[in-house]
Write a protein that binds this ligand. Structure first.
Ligand code: NZQ
Ligand code: ZN
Length: 393
């Protein structure tokens, strides 16, 4: 295991009606003038925004609002939010929604205290060092942004989707009420589960030796998702299954399952070009990319793929032919994804095989290589897109 520092200071308020604590939490972290930031309307329709406002009113905290965050959040909303925060002397942002809204809030939080263009943080021209404090009220278990120091934004003019990260944008608090996720369409629920599993897989496939504890934690989260996801697809009101998925979304991405080991993240990079170009759901893109990446890199460490096949998917270990076990695991993953309603190839996602050269170009590694488990060049990336395009069960 490698040396590491783990510091993840978000305060979580978990359970039924937890959003009523929003005002109290904002005050605890020093907020007095809040921007309530939300998405395309689900949080308004469910009455959640009114409940958050009441909680702020009860705590004597004033606020302004900015709704309309697009899934795969856009830079233009960030600029609007920065102007509003400055004009209204906002000192705390509460994001009510999913990863898109939370990431947009984090970008506004960064940009408000920065003299230049906030995109500098996403293009790599600047590193985050200060931001307005952010709190979240999560409505979909997926991205893990409620506990992470990451944010992903799309620049509309070029459809480039880029991320940034820093401790200053890790949420001060996050309200996690599983009942809030009961209004999600089955497709979005499944996209969320896929993203959660992908966050674990990106950490699980590592070259670091002797990481049994985090291996087993990863396998536990994956197994829980395998068991809990079909329950919520069958019964969207299954609170207990929703609760398990919601906590898994946080655990999968605040890095508790990924400390002390190299991680990969190429599947995420390869997917971000799909959701950047086609505006598809990130989780759906991952359902198409992740198994294709697995198939392509499997030979690098067949035993690790066989291990997850046996421990998570319940495949029999074929000691004479571990590759067969590894492949059976990937097939089981794809079958699971199909079972919860996810696309498994380009056609089902709405992507086009003829766009592969453009996707590779946007991926942007030129003649270089990238990856933490297997280093890939542009030809490898193209081959993975091709495998994803043609995938079948
Ligand atoms: O906008 P509204 O009307 O709220 O509708 C949303 C949106 O259409 C809807 N929704 C959310 N909660 C709902 C609901 N509908 C009914 N009932 C509810 N309770 O769901 C749709 C998707 O929402 P979104 O926020 O886009 O989902 P998600 O949480 O999956 O976030 C995706 C974004 O997060 C980024 C992705 O790239 C993508 O842009 N990621 C962020 C990460 C991070 N910051 O750490 C890591 C991830 O790997 C990921 O890249
Ligand atoms: Zn993700």
């Amino acid at each position: 295991m490698q040396d590491f520092t783990f510091y993840s200071p978000t305060k979580f308020a978990f359970g039924r009606d937890a959003e009523t604590r929003c005002g109290e939490l904002v005050k605890e972290f020093g907020g007095s003038r809040v921007l309530i930031h939300y998405g395309g309307g689900s949080a308004v329709r469910s009455g959640l925004i009114d409940r958050v406002k009441k909680s702020l009113d009860d705590a004597g905290v004033s606020y302004v609002e900015l709704g309309g965050v697009h899934p795969n959040p856009l830079d233009e909303m960030v600029y609007t939010g920065i102007d509003l925060c400055r004009a209204e002397n906002v000192d705390f942002i509460v994001a009510v929604g999913g990863g898109s809204t939370i990431d947009s809030a984090k970008a506004i939080a960064l940009g408000t205290l920065y003299d230049g263009d906030f995109w500098d943080f996403y293009s790599g021209a600047a590193a985050p060092s200060k931001a307005l404090p952010v709190g979240t009220v999560l409505t979909i278990a997926a991205a893990g942004s409620e506990g992470s120091g990451d944010s992903v934004i799309t620049k509309k003019s070029t459809m480039e989707k880029r991320g940034t990260g820093g401790e200053c944008i890790r949420p001060k608090f996050s309200v996690l009420n599983p009942a809030l996720t009961q209004t999600l369409p089955a497709y979005q629920t499944a996209c969320g589960v896929t993203d959660i599993m992908a966050h674990v897989f990106e950490r699980y496939f590592t070259n670091t030796k002797n990481v049994e504890t985090t291996d087993r934690l990863c396998e536990a989260v994956l197994t829980a998702m395998k068991n809990e996801a079909p329950k919520v697809i069958a019964d969207p009101n299954d609170y207990e299954a929703r609760a398990n998925i919601m906590w898994a979304g946080m655990v999968a991405h605040n890095n508790i399952v990924g400390v002390g080991r190299d991680q990969d993240w190429n599947s995420h990079g390869i997917e971000h070009e799909l959701s950047g170009l086609y505006d598809c759901a990130h989780g759906a893109g991952l359902a198409v990319i992740m198994p294709a990446w697995m198939t392509y890199v499997m030979k690098h460490d067949v035993m690790r793929f066989a291990q997850v096949a046996v421990r998570v998917w319940g495949c029999d270990m074929d000691y004479a032919n571990p590759e067969a076990t590894a492949l059976a695991g990937i097939k089981a993953f794809r079958t699971f994804l199909r079972g919860i309603g996810m696309p498994i190839n380009f056609e089902e996602l709405g992507a086009k095989v003829e766009d592969i050269p453009a996707l590779v170009e946007k991926f942007g590694i030129g003649d270089g290589k990238t990856g933490g488990f297997v280093n890939l060049d542009r030809n490898d990336i193209a081959a993975i897109y091709k495998l994803a395009a043609e995938a079948t069960l």
